[in-house]
Design a protein around this ligand. Structure first.
Ligand SMILES: [Zn+2]
Length: 466
């Protein structure tokens, strides 16, 4: 039975393609058989950490995991002694981007550096949460899949599908038929996911969802003009920013009109997580199988009194200084709604999960900047612990839950024999001290071990240029 399970899982996992010279410069090891010994395993299912384990990686898959007394390193394996280290599953992060705000109203395509930073941070699978360009997400997904570039597996989202709006780099669909055509075009180009945005109408959103589902693609949304309840009725799969983009509680909300993100957020800031209307919305989302994405990292940058986010040193000096000025300005806003909204967002996410909802995690490197790929993924997990989740739950949300959303839970998301060898080696014990998740030493994707230091060094000080 156990062997059968392993074979079934292996059939869903993917072996690494031959790595190009370009990728090889970032490797720590690509031995065909590797034994990780004396390691603490945090398996991503929420189960307690297990000390003194051996993990055998063979041909890109996890061949065996178990007590050191039972599982020994095979003959000829490269043995890596991980005393004092922990292994968690590769992070599966679902609100990532390959672009970044570089100036007023301008979003620069930074996929080259971002894909390396994500992998360096232990992200082995990610969904891009919408894009401003279209082809970069799709082309990088293919280049990484074929071993031409280092990076996580990418669920590549098409350019945002949105109604008339103010963004210069976004489409404006006028009706349901244009929304359907947008989805069809980008799906034909190779996009594997769709994202609706704040000014879309119910009719356009419904058409986009229908077309995407017909093609087996999922749809998420950062909404405003359409309420969460309406989107659930239309069949949406996922909603971004947990409840922070909900306009369900704006009393005079007009159909198909965004009353402003701020107005929605005022109602969320004062929402009681034990109130009947909130509980009814949560139940509806659960009944309709709509998951929510927590992106606490981007909202932390809007909240006064929060620490500077990690990773700013990789930015170009101009972008780093630009964000530091933003951070200082935010700190002075003593009337900011985020002072109540940020802790409330955490409480509502916890309530959603305690009621049985599927929460997934992402970081959202947009906003006003400061959310740095790789580094912010660790911060997102830390913030889930601040929200009241145990470290084991937070790690599960950032690994297994993402795999479940993507429908890839048989191949990735936990440290189990037969699955793809997507693993992160961290120094310390994040099940006891979540900040240890920052101490990434090796990242395995499909059994290939990457050196995070080399990946970061290849972009340090230049993130913003490429
Ligand atoms: Zn986003």
């Amino acid at each position: 039975m156990k062997i059968l399970t392993v074979l079934i899982a292996a059939a869903f996992a993917m072996q690494a393609p031959a790595m190009s010279k370009n990728v090889q410069q970032y490797l720590r090891t690509s031995a065909p058989v590797i034994a990780l010994t004396n390691v603490r395993v945090i398996d991503g299912t929420g189960a307690p950490a297990r000390a003194n384990q051996t993990i055998v990686l063979r041909n890109g898959l996890i061949a065996e995991v178990g007590d050191a007394a039972r599982v020994t390193a095979p003959q000829g394996a490269e043995v890596i002694d991980l005393t004092g280290r922990s292994v968690i599953p590769g992070l599966v992060m679902l609100h990532e981007h390959l672009y970044y705000p570089t100036g007023p109203g301008v979003y620069g395509q930074l996929g080259e550096s971002f894909t390396r930073l994500y992998l360096a941070g232990g992200v082995t699978t990610m969904r891009t949460g919408g894009n401003m360009n279209g082809y970069m997400d799709i082309n990088l997904m293919r280049a990484i899949d074929s071993g031409q570039k280092p990076g996580p597996a990418i669920d590549a989202t098409a350019p945002y599908v949105n109604g008339p709006n103010q963004f210069q780099q976004m489409t404006h669909v006028q009706d349901a038929e244009q929304a359907r055509r947008h989805v069809a075009y980008w799906a034909d180009q190779g996009a594997t996911s769709l994202k609706a945005y704040m000014q879309i109408s119910r009719a356009a959103l419904g058409a986009a969802i229908q077309e995407a589902h017909k093609r087996g693609l999922k749809v998420t949304g950062h909404l405003c003009s359409v309420t969460y309840s309406e989107a659930a009725d239309l069949g949406i799969d996922n909603l971004e920013h947990s409840f922070l983009a909900s306009t369900d509680f704006v009393a005079d909300k007009k159909l198909d009109e965004c009353p402003g993100q701020g107005r929605g957020q005022q109602t969320i800031a004062t929402l009681d997580e034990n109130s009947a209307p909130f509980k009814a919305l949560v139940q509806k989302l659960i009944d309709k199988r709509v998951s929510l994405t927590s992106t606490l990292t981007v909202f932390e940058t809007f909240t006064p009194g929060r620490p500077l986010p990690p990773g700013l040193d990789v930015l170009t000096p101009q972008l780093k200084q630009q964000f530091e000025q933003t951070h200082a300005r935010v700190a002075q806003n003593k009337d900011s709604n985020y002072l109540t909204l940020f802790p409330k967002a955490m409480a509502l996410e916890l309530a959603f999960v305690r009621a049985g909802g599927l929460l997934v995690a992402g970081t959202d490197p947009t906003g006003s900047g400061g959310v740095i790929p790789g580094y912010s993924n660790h911060r997102q997990v830390e913030l889930l612990v601040d929200a009241g989740f145990t470290p084991l739950e937070a790690i599960r949300i950032a690994t297994m839950n993402g795999a479940v959303y993507l429908g890839r839970e048989k191949a990735i998301g936990s440290v189990v024999a037969g699955k793809q060898a997507d693993l992160v080696v961290v120094n310390g014990d994040p099940s006891a001290r979540i900040a240890d998740i920052r101490n990434v030493e090796i990242v395995f994707r499909q059994g290939i071990g990457y050196d995070p230091g080399k990946l970061v060094a290849s972009v340090a000080g230049r993130v913003g240029l490429f």
